[in-house]
Ligand binder design. Structure first.
Ligand code: COA
Length: 328
């Protein structure tokens, strides 16, 4: 087995206290708890308040990671921030976090890979260490999706939630760390899951607000099929690159979009569901943050303990998909 170059050290997460149930959606949209549970596995999600910005949620998760490592914000060499819902379009969410954290010695930038963002960001962090840009790279994944979803569209609104997760990537001291990873994209399918308006091509206008093209649009059925195929591809490649078989995986942490996608991915990968971490029922789809939040929960509840082999697999808008095998 390859000796890992970089390891993940410490985990943190933040979930807004406001829990929104499916029944609450059925009061404002033509939907039901039964439909949402059967088609997605989601029971409830977290909804951030006005005071819980994307960067504030990221900061809460990041501080837990720094504390576990005995570090202060001044020790951070770089912040790599994965998000599809930054508080503003310019500058980056990473710079917002750098400011409120007081990480005065850190480079800071965002990674835009939607729901694959956390796994992409971990790869970027490993690369920064390899190119000697720093030794302690804070990877934060945070989403405030409830601000950019269309609350009048039942086909998307019921799916998303808010939250943040974080970890620190540093040079591996021993057997712990990243064993293999894989990243892929297909931008020709971008319009199956996207925000049509609000960027430089379609700047904010009255019309854009009226036709709701500022919000996330999705062709659910097509995205579902692509997610299943892509996550299968990602599992295969990560295991192959790590020189491991499905039986070597102690815990699979997939992107939490839909329980049916998670089950199909686990089945393809050959990992039984009792080795798959699932919290989509409690959080819905938190995009880039989903694997980061699940990872923190898995560690804090003792599902993931040192010595285990964990595999992350993600899929998101772009399309992007990615996987990573880590010796914990
Ligand atoms: N409540 C009730 N009915 C709903 C609904 C809701 N919230 N959302 C959609 N429907 C309706 C549709 O309008 C459609 O009605 P019609 O047959 O009268 O046209 C019917 O349910 C079936 O819609 P369909 O889109 O075929 O359902 P589905 O089984 O594919 O489930 C998703 C829809 C969105 C749950 C599913 O496609 C999915 O999870 N896709 C992937 C989404 C995702 O994970 N995106 C992020 C990737 S990172």
């Amino acid at each position: 087995m390859k000796r890992p170059f970089a390891e993940l050290s410490g985990t943190g997460s933040y979930a807004p206290p406001r829990v929104m149930t499916n029944d609450e959606f059925s009061k404002i949209l033509d939907t039901s708890d039964q439909w949402i549970r059967e088609r997605t596995g989601i029971r409830e999600r977290r909804v951030s308040s006005k005071d819980e910005s994307n960067a504030c949620m990221g900061k809460a998760a990041a501080l837990q990671v720094l504390e576990q490592n005995g570090l202060t914000p001044l020790d951070v060499d770089a912040i790599v921030y994965a998000t599809a819902s930054p508080d503003r379009l310019l500058p980056s969410a990473a710079c917002d976090l750098q400011a409120i954290l007081g990480a005065k010695n850190a480079a800071a930038f965002d990674v835009g890979a939607a729901c694959s963002g956390f796994v992409y960001a971990l790869n970027v962090a490993e690369g920064l260490i390899a190119s000697e840009q720093g030794e302690r790279v804070l990877v934060v994944a945070a989403e405030k999706l409830t601000s950019i979803m269309d609350w009048t569209d039942r086909t998307t609104a019921v799916l998303f939630g808010d939250g943040a997760g974080a970890t620190l990537v540093r040079r591996s001291a021993g057997a712990r760390g990243i064993l293999a990873s894989y990243m892929k994209s297909d931008g020709t399918l971008a319009e199956l899951l996207y925000r049509p308006g609000g960027g430089a091509a379609h700047p904010p206008s009255e019309e854009l607000l009226k036709d709701h093209s500022y919000y996330i649009k999705m062709a659910g059925r097509e995205v579902f099929k692509a997610a299943v195929l892509s996550m299968a591809d990602a599992c295969d490649h990560a295991l192959q690159r790590a020189g491991l078989a499905a039986g070597d995986v102690d815990l699979l942490i997939p992107h939490q979009a839909n329980i049916r996608i998670i089950e199909a991915t686990a089945k393809h990968a050959g990992v039984p569901m009792d080795k798959v971490y699932v919290n989509v029922d409690r959080f819905g789809n938190t995009s880039a943050a989903s694997i980061a939040i699940a990872l923190d929960e898995a560690v804090k509840t003792g599902r993931l303990v040192p010595g285990m082999t964990v595999m992350f697999v993600a899929f998101g808008a772009g399309f992007t998909w990615a996987s990573m095998v880590v010796k914990w």
